[in-house]
Design a protein. Structure first.
Lengths: 168, 611
């Protein structure tokens, strides 16, 4: 049983989170081990609830959800190799990395804002591809999502790097 | 046909605190704290071993703290689930006497005997159990015990061990702030986001919850298991000891009796300063007098950094819960230290809301534990707690790096599966190191356990595939199972906890307690074993109605029936070991059946769902 089946919804990249939450609460009330009196039933309920919780955690997050759906659809989203990433992006990342190394606090802050802007653009584009796949089930949309996820991962790594000084 | 006996006895809720412990139960529809025979609802978490061999707990032990500091211990919760290296800071400030043979588990020297922290906590639990039995007029064998939300796996296990040693079936460990929310939520708002700020004697927790029609969903939790009222006491104590050093030219910091007398006086002064602008330390020692005025201003300067240390976890928690201060509808204060005005104002500033203080901050956790006990017993309906794991779970991979498999703030029960293989041709075992924490290197995280995947059939490197399933249960405790992905066979694993007692050690402690004349423990253990026997017998009866039963061979079915008969034969004896042995036999015989059942049960339970 896949995570979408757990919630009795069709596989989709864009989900109504309020509806998902309502389903999660209803299923929790049905499955939770605390509501079972008998130890053996409780053990079964614990297994079922663990799966429910894992499913909710995955589906309510758009990134985890799309990675999960890509995997269901037969895409390999395991370890990335540089061949997955277009050369111009690698170049871009390399330059950004260099910029971070030499940057002072102010430059870091503006770098961080720039990366966050890029991340926002990726998210917008990704949501368009979400809708495209949900409506047409065109695999090209999934391929596009996969590329965007890779790109996003690079950018979020950079945001984390740019964030380091204010954490110390 | 074999009859299953269901126990109907009351499940109590226990707050096993650093400074005080309490027991509560559901009195019809309301939780109620049960006082001890001295009428006091708070049982100080102090244990003393008298020279005549008697063990006293609570207020009776308080006086012993001064008269016999070498036989008396307080704040033992600080040692639960910890190794000797973890508590070096504690040892500078607390008069714990640690025995030389402390390694993965600390042994505390009291008088001429040594005890592990779970054993000492068990004495407190036994006192609470006794108080409840006297008040309710019936045996109490089942309990919900609260733990700081930020407790790690080893600390939770140690708490559960303490319950077991005390002869209690610990139905659930509940996080303290979550319990407090339950106590508050019973007759309060039905919707909204609440923050629980819990500054106790030795630990600090912050939890943010979402309430929805009786469901209490914890969004995130954070904290510090090394921060509490004790630290505040130590600040004042340090000043007083320095004064004595300069005024009297005497270093009293290693004189147990003096330190304990002074500590009690300082706690009194600290408590006064919550109501008064000025208080006075008065201390007499061997004919000498020490007197010092303490203003609230001085006190607040002394403890400001301690209060500030709680704010970082609060901000992280809001970030993880993805809420802003404006979105938080209510703030609840828990723990005696939240009576301090400086703490209250810090919370008000941070959350921009006036905190709730209607319920007694000392009692609210125990009251909530009683509510959860009621939920588990079926007497409280429509309420459900969905809690989270406070720390990320990871495994050590190449280069000592941690690969996180279950992230912090995941709703529990939570699970993850990982596939492992061999790196060398013919390799027959794989050693796996499991850690808890947020840091990237395993050495900076908390080591939980190591396990060995053994008896792997020799094959070329990379060929074996062992699926390991990590399940963090509703208590926040990790369970590990493994199977060979190719054959589907259960893979044997040898789990070595990094800290704490092994199952054998707990059993040995229980056995020793019995030798020392505690027959009630023997009966309680048999009762516990019978509860487990009921569970498996019922499960097997149910399983027999499933198709999975018919899929077994005649011989396999015969084995199961034989194992059931064996268990029934010993069921009514007081020999808990025999009952447990036969449970194991039945477990073994029903292995295949249980596996088939589990697969269909999970699927079936979910498939039958209609929303």
């Amino acid at each position: 049983m896949n995570y979408f089946e757990v919630f009795e919804i069709p596989p989709a990249l864009a989900l109504d989170l309020k509806d998902l939450e309502t389903r999660f609460y209803a299923l929790s009330r049905k499955l939770h081990p605390d509501l079972r009196r008998n130890p053996a039933e409780r053990a079964e309920a614990e297994e079922a609830t663990a799966i429910l919780n894992d499913a909710y955690r995955t589906l309510r997050d758009p990134i985890k959800r799309s990675e999960y759906l890509l995997k269901l659809e037969g895409f390999d989203i395991g370890e990335q190799t540089s061949k997955d990433v277009p050369p111009e992006l690698l170049e871009e990342v390399f330059e950004l990395n260099m910029a971070i190394e030499d940057a002072d606090v102010q430059q870091l802050e503006s770098a961080r804002q720039k990366f966050e802007g890029m991340c926002g653009e990726i998210d917008d584009e990704m949501h368009r591809d979400f809708d495209r796949w949900d409506q047409t089930h065109n695999r090209e949309a999934l391929t596009a999502v996969r590329g965007l996820l890779n790109r996003r991962k690079y950018i979020t790594n950079l945001i984390e790097k740019a964030n380091v000084p204010d954490r110390v | 046909m074999f009859q299953i006996e269901f126990d109907n006895d009351t499940v109590v809720g226990i707050d096993l605190g650093t400074t005080n412990s309490l027991v509560a139960y559901m009195n019809l529809t309301r939780p109620e704290v049960i006082p001890g025979d001295d009428g006091d609802k708070l049982v100080p978490s102090i244990v003393s071993f008298m020279s005549n061999g008697e063990i006293v707990v609570g207020n009776k032990a308080r006086q012993e703290l001064i008269d016999h500091p070498d036989r008396t211990i307080y704040s033992v919760k600080r040692l639960m689930g910890r190794g000797i290296a973890d508590v070096q800071d504690e040892l500078k400030l607390f008069p714990f006497r640690i025995a030389d043979d402390s390694e993965s588990i600390i042994r505390v020297l009291l008088g001429d005997k040594t005890f592990t922290p779970p054993e000492i906590s068990a004495f407190i639990l036994r006192q609470l159990k006794q108080n409840a039995e006297q008040a309710l007029g019936q045996p109490v064998t089942k309990a919900v015990i609260t733990v700081p939300a930020y407790f790690n796996d080893a600390q939770r296990q140690a708490t559960r061990d303490a319950g077991r040693i005390a002869g209690l079936d610990v139905l659930r460990l509940v996080n303290e702030p979550t319990a407090a929310a339950l106590a508050y939520g019973l007759d309060k708002r039905q919707e909204g986001i609440i923050a629980v700020y819990d500054l106790g004697g030795g630990t600090f927790d912050i939890s943010i919850l979402k309430l929805h029609e009786g469901i209490f969903e914890v969004l995130a939790t954070n904290g510090d298991t090394h921060l509490g009222g004790d630290d505040i006491d130590n600040r004042l104590l340090k000043i007083a000891l320095e004064d004595l050093q300069s005024e009297w030219g005497e270093d009293l910091s290693h004189v147990g009796e003096a330190v304990q007398t002074l500590r009690l006086e300082i706690i009194r002064v600290k408590e006064s300063l919550s109501f008064l602008p000025i208080a006075h330390i008065d201390f007499a020692w061997h004919g000498k007098q020490y007197h010092r005025e303490v203003t609230r201003e001085l006190f607040e300067n002394l403890i400001k950094d301690i209060v500030d240390r709680t704010l970082g976890p609060c901000r992280s928690c809001m970030k993880d819960a993805d809420v802003t201060p404006e979105q938080i509808d209510e703030v609840v204060l828990v723990g005696g230290s939240t009576r301090i005005p400086l703490v209250r104002s810090a919370v008000e500033v941070l959350f921009r809301a006036k905190p709730h203080t209607e319920l007694n901050p000392d009692e609210v956790v125990a009251l909530g534990a009683a509510v959860q006990a009621g939920i588990l017993a079926g007497t409280v309906e429509n309420q459900l707690l969905l809690d989270v794991t406070p720390l990320s779970l990871g495994i050590e991979i190449a280069g000592g790096v941690v690969s996180k498999i279950i992230h912090r703030n995941s709703t529990i029960p939570a699970s993850a599966s990982e596939t492992f293989t061999t790196g060398v041709d013919g390799q027959t075992n794989v050693l796996i190191h499991v850690v808890q924490g947020e840091r990237e290197m395993a050495k900076d995280c908390r080591s939980l356990l190591r396990f060995d995947l053994k008896d792997i059939a020799p094959m070329p490197a990379g060929m074996p595939r062992i699926d390991v399933r990590f399940l963090i249960d509703a208590n926040g405790i990790l369970n590990v199972t493994a199977r060979d992905a190719r054959t589907g066979k259960e893979q044997s694993i040898d789990v070595q906890p990094s800290y704490g007692l092994t199952l054998e050690q707990i059993e040995k402690i229980c056995d020793e307690a019995i030798e020392h004349g505690e027959e009630d423990l023997l009966a309680a253990q048999a009762a516990l074993a019978r509860v487990d026997a009921d569970g498996i017998l019922l499960a097997v009866e149910k399983a027999k109605k499933n198709d999975a039963w018919l899929d077994l061979t005649d011989a396999e079915r015969g084995q199961v029936d034989d194992a059931i008969r064996q268990l029934q034969t010993v069921y009514h004896t007081d020999d808990h070991q025999a009952i447990r042995d036969k449970i194991d036999v039945l477990n073994e015989a029903t292995h295949k059946l249980a596996e088939n059942m589990m697969n269909t049960a999970v699927g079936g339970a979910l498939k039958g769902t209609k929303i």
